[in-house]
Design a protein around this ligand. Sequence first.
Ligand SMILES: Nc1nc2c(ncn2[C@@H]2O[C@H](COP(=O)(O)OP(=O)(O)OP(=O)(O)O)[C@@H](O)[C@H]2O)c(=O)[nH]1
Length: 302
Amino acid sequence: MNKQAPPPEVKAELNSVPLVVKQFFISFFVVVLLMIVVTYLYNFNRLESDVYLNGVLSDAINLLILICIFAFVQTSVVAKRSYLFLSVGIFLWSVGLTFDFLDELVFQPIWVGIYIEDITRTLGMLITGFGLYLALTDLAKTREQLEEELKTDVLTKAYNRRYFYHYVQQNQSKPHSLVIADIDHFKAINDEYGHDVGDQVLIDFVYQCHQALGEDVLFARIGGEEFAMYVATDDADELHATCEQLLSLVSNVMVTPSKTLSVSVGSAIKRATETFSSTLKRADQALYLAKNQGRSRYVHKP
Ligand SMILES: Nc1nc2c(ncn2[C@@H]2O[C@H](COP(=O)(O)OP(=O)(O)OP(=O)(O)O)[C@@H](O)[C@H]2O)c(=O)[nH]1
C-alpha cells in the first residue's frame, strides 16, 4: 500500500491544432498531389507499352488507403506534434505512392523512381511511424493521468470515496481495520473564516496525514470533512496507535495563527466473516460516540 503522492498536472495537450491549419494542410495535400499528376503526365507522356491492370489496381488501392488515413488524421483528436509528424509523414508517403501509381501507366525515368518515389516514400513511412509513436505515447500518458484523477479528490489530492471503496473491497479478505475521522465544527470554520480557509484546512489536514501515516494505511476523503482509513492490521494496539497519531497530528493544522484543528475518530477491526459495510457501520457508530462524548477524541468499537 503506497502513500499517496499528489497526482501530476495534466500535461498531455489534446488537439490544439486550429481548424484553419488543418484546412490549409488538406488543401496543400490535394493541390500538391494533383500538381504532381499533371506535371508528371505533362513531362513524361510516353505510355507504358505493357500496362498491368493488377499493378495499376493495387497501387491505386494503396494510394486510396493512404488518402483515407490522411483524412482520419485530420479528423482525429491528437496533440499538435503528433498531428504534425503524422500529416507530414503521410503526405510524403502519398507523394511516393502517387509516383508509384503513375509509373504503372506512364514511362518513368529511373532517376524519378530512385530520387523521388523511393526517397519520399521511405521518408514518409519513417516520419509517419514516429508520429504514431508520439500519438500512442501521448495517449498512454493521458490515460495514466485520467486514471490517477479518477482515484483522487480534486481539492486535497487524497484518494476519493470511489477509490477507497474499491480498495477495501479488493483487500477485504486480508486482516484490517477501518477508521473514520470527521473534522469537528467544520461548518463553524467555514462560517467564521470563509470557505477558502475551510478549503485550506482540508488541504493542510490531508498533507499532515500523508506525511505522518505509514505504508500500512490507505487514507481517503470520503465526504466533505469526513475521511476514512484502511489500516492493514487487526491488532488493537497498532490500530489505537495509528488513531492516536491521527488525533495528535491535527495540532499541526492551523485554522488561524492561534487556533488549531480538532477531529473525532471512530474505528472498528474487521471480524472474520464480516462484510465491508458492516465494519464501516461499526466504525461510524464509534465516530458517533466520539462526537457525542464531546469531540476531539478517539472511540473504538470492539
Ligand atoms: N470549505 C469547504 N467546506 C466544505 C467542503 N465540503 C463540505 N464542506 C462543509 O462542511 C460542513 C460540514 O458541516 P457539518 O456536517 O454540520 O459538520 P460540522 O460542522 O463539522 O459538525 P460536527 O461534524 O458535528 O462537528 C458544511 O458546512 C459543508 O458546507 C469543502 O470541500 N470545502
